[in-house]
Ligand binder design. Structure first.
Ligand code: UDP
Length: 493
């Protein structure tokens, strides 16, 4: 055993040690792993805290440990998310991960910090000097406060969604939520004219935000709904933190970021993180599913700007009826398409695999390519891409913007409702078909984006992509904000 004074002297030479704790879901891990790598590149020590379940998925399909082995300061630690392995963590059940962690996460986190002497690895690294955690995991804060370290929140959603969530109390007071009717058929929202009323109680969004564009947490009949209240409470707690990180950039969401800064003085807008990382390293895969690289050869054989990429992310579930409406719409549009259909994403009906009408099979063979999971950033960068039919998850939205690809937005839940409004009405890079699922609407929208208004959307998307690149280039707003964050983290020892 070394002499304590020698150990203390050795520890004094060690860099700050940052614990990054994402909500254990695909989209959250994708952006927080990129931040982890950027911090490693700046010489910091980083421990990534994953759930046992997600760690196993990543080991199986992404092998992050081998990618990160080039950084001696990188480690993974794990805790349980409190759910059994076979729990369905998709669709509405994804919220179970949040609720379970809210219940068991505090004691799990405390146990980890206490049994590992704050992750010091027996003195080869400092005890953690700062916690960067996902927005809904505030149970970790009391433990961090006890050991006297700063806490920074990383919300992996857009500023627009964060700010709407932050304003929920005011929106309730104004009588603009709840949006009743969660129990009903969700497409009944389409025919409710009251949902087109403007929302006036989210500062900075007057003029374009309608009730139907509010994050879907508001689609409850009762303002006391547990999930809805967790979002409100956790979001408000951000104001008590030492700062807020958002994977966005000033030229995209500047006016909303200014509103947030009225409540939370230290905001680091540092995105798009994948663009910054691409400049300094190769982008690692962090997929929970096996990536099919065969689709790249298919894309190579297609004409430029001719393929509609269809993907609804890692959580969305489709009923067989929805599947068929979208499929017919695509086929009837006559366009080529590459469709990511996750193995677990079709639900309902008789439980068997859906019988696919012959005309869909035939048209798909002729003009389509179906796949279980793809390297999305590579797909978006391919010259054959014409547009992205997306569920408007924040990562997908930002990746599409950075790649300069127009969007058709079909949001499913959560923040996606507001992201799609911003994509269509504020950034004007595509069209929003929320609250509908109808083959004729899909067909018309696909034609509009891929043919009729193609030039208009491509030009807007090109402008936004340039701004994204400028933000992460030397001297750009995100570049400087990340440097500012790194300086703060280095000084946290
Ligand atoms: N993604 C991917 N391959 C796919 C589909 C999605 O790598 O076939 C990635 C995508 O690039 C994004 C993430 O999965 O980074 C999905 O996150 P998003 O926030 O868009 O949606 P969520 O899955 O959280 O609903």
């Amino acid at each position: 055993m070394g002499h304590p004074a020698t150990a203390a002297a050795a520890a004094a030479d060690l860099p700050a040690h940052i614990l990054i704790f994402p909500l254990p879901m695909q989209g959250h891990i994708n952006s927080m792993l990129k931040l982890a790598e950027l911090l490693c590149l700046s010489g910091l020590h980083v421990t990534m805290l994953l759930s046992d379940y997600t760690h196993r998925r990543l080991r199986r399909h992404a092998d992050i440990e081998s990618h990160f082995s080039r950084y001696s300061g990188f480690r993974v630690a794990t805790i349980s998310d409190g759910l059994p392995d076979d729990h369905p963590r998709a669709g509405e059940r994804a919220m179970d991960i949040v609720m379970s962690l809210v219940k068991v996460g505090g004691s799990e986190f405390r146990r980890l910090i206490e049994t590992t002497d704050a992750l010091s690895d027996g003195g080869s690294r400092r005890r953690i000097s700062c916690l960067i955690m996902d927005g809904v995991l505030s149970f970790a804060v009391p433990v961090a406060k006890e050991i006297g370290i700063p806490v920074i929140y990383f919300r992996t959603v857009g500023a627009c969604s964060f700010w709407a969530n932050y304003s929920f109390k005011e929106v309730i007071a104004a009588g603009e939520i709840p949006l009743k009717g969660k129990e009903e058929d969700k497409y009944s929202y389409a025919s409710k004219p009251e949902l087109d009323f403007p929302v006036t109680s989210v500062p900075g969004m007057e003029g374009y935000l309608r009730r139907r564009d509010l994050p879907a947490f508001c689609r409850v009949s009762d303002v006391n709904d547990a999930g809805f209240n967790t979002i409100i409470t956790e979001t408000r707690r951000t104001a008590l933190s030492d700062g807020l990180i958002l994977n966005t950039f000033e030229d995209l969401e500047g006016p909303i970021l200014d509103q947030i800064r009225n409540q939370i003085p230290v905001v680091y807008s540092i995105g798009p993180l994948h663009c910054r990382l691409e400049k300094e390293a190769t982008l690692p895969s962090s997929s929970f599913w096996e990536e099919d690289h065969g689709c790249m050869a298919w894309l190579d054989s297609q004409p430029d700007r001719s393929v509609l990429y269809v993907s609804f992310g890692s959580v969305t579930l489709l009923s067989k009826e929805e599947l068929l409406e979208i499929w017919y719409g695509l086929v009837d549009s006559g366009q080529r398409f590459l469709w990511v259909m996750r193995p677990d994403s079709i639900v309902g009906g008789d439980g068997g695999s859906p019988s696919i009408p012959v005309e869909l099979e035939k048209a798909t063979k002729a003009r389509g390519y179906m796949v279980g999971w793809v390297p999305q950033n590579k797909v978006l960068a391919h010259p054959s891409l014409g547009a992205f039919f997306t569920h408007s998850g924040w990562n997908s939205t930002l990746e599409s913007i950075a790649a300069g690809i127009p969007m058709i937005c079909w949001p499913y839940f959560a923040d996606q409702m507001i992201n799609s409004r911003f994509a269509s009405e504020v950034w004007k890079v595509g069209l929003d078909i929320k609250d509908t699922c109808d083959r004729a609407i899909v067909e018309k929208t696909v034609r509009d984006v891929m043919e009729v208004r193609k030039d208009e959307f491509w030009e807007r998307a090109r402008q936004m992509a340039e701004l994204a690149k400028k933000a992460v280039s030397e001297g750009g707003s995100s570049y400087l904000n990340l440097n500012r964050l790194i300086e703060f983290l280095k000084s946290s020892i």
